[in-house]
Write a protein that binds this ligand. Structure first.
Ligand SMILES: [Zn+2]
Length: 173
């Protein structure tokens, strides 16, 4: 049975609260929490079922001696230092969290990498929680980043894996 409930998510840092608070306890931002409705299915039918990943694959515990270790394919970027930090490049299907002080160059770095990967590997879906498509375009022009393969989605109101965002069938996002 599907059940809808409300939660509040900080648009700055992603902090989730069950009730509304005026100031985010995590990042300290004022009025940054926005109400979201989450639909959950009743757990009674799934309690004994194995956990599933987002893609629907079942997850079961494995004995380590039964695991075959394979070297992941890695997509290398133009930035040697980034490749080094990532252990040789981007592993397809992986999630990478890049942190740093405001203004340190996270967006610039990611836009440069997006432009390169789009040119070499296909469409890159660039989702921005802060900047408009126009601001991103201006930055790309300033940096001389060719963004032909990038699709921009500012202020997403749905999860990145949802249908509207995936219509551009990105290779990377
Ligand atoms: Zn916050």
């Amino acid at each position: 049975m599907a059940k809808a409930r409300t939660r509040y998510v900080c648009q700055n840092c992603g902090y989730v609260s069950a009730s509304y608070v005026g100031r985010c306890p995590d990042c300290g931002g004022w009025n940054t929490l926005i109400e979201e409705t989450v639909t959950t299915t009743s757990s009674t039918s799934t309690k004994s079922q194995p956990r599933q990943t987002v893609s629907g694959n079942q997850v079961r515990p494995q004995k380590m001696n039964a695991v075959t270790a394979t070297r992941e394919r890695r997509i290398t970027t133009n930035l040697k230092e980034l490749n080094r930090v990532l252990g040789g490049g981007v592993v397809p299907g992986s999630l990478i969290l890049i942190g740093g002080d405001p203004g340190i160059g996270k967006s610039t770095l990611l836009l440069q990498v997006s432009g390169q990967l789009a040119a070499e590997h296909g469409t890159v879906l660039y989702v921005s929680g802060e900047e408009s498509a126009s601001q991103i375009k201006l930055r790309a022009d300033r940096l001389g980043v060719a963004i032909r393969g990038c699709t921009f989605t500012p202020k997403p109101t749905c999860p990145p894996s949802s249908k509207p965002l995936m219509t551009c069938t990105p290779t990377l996002w």
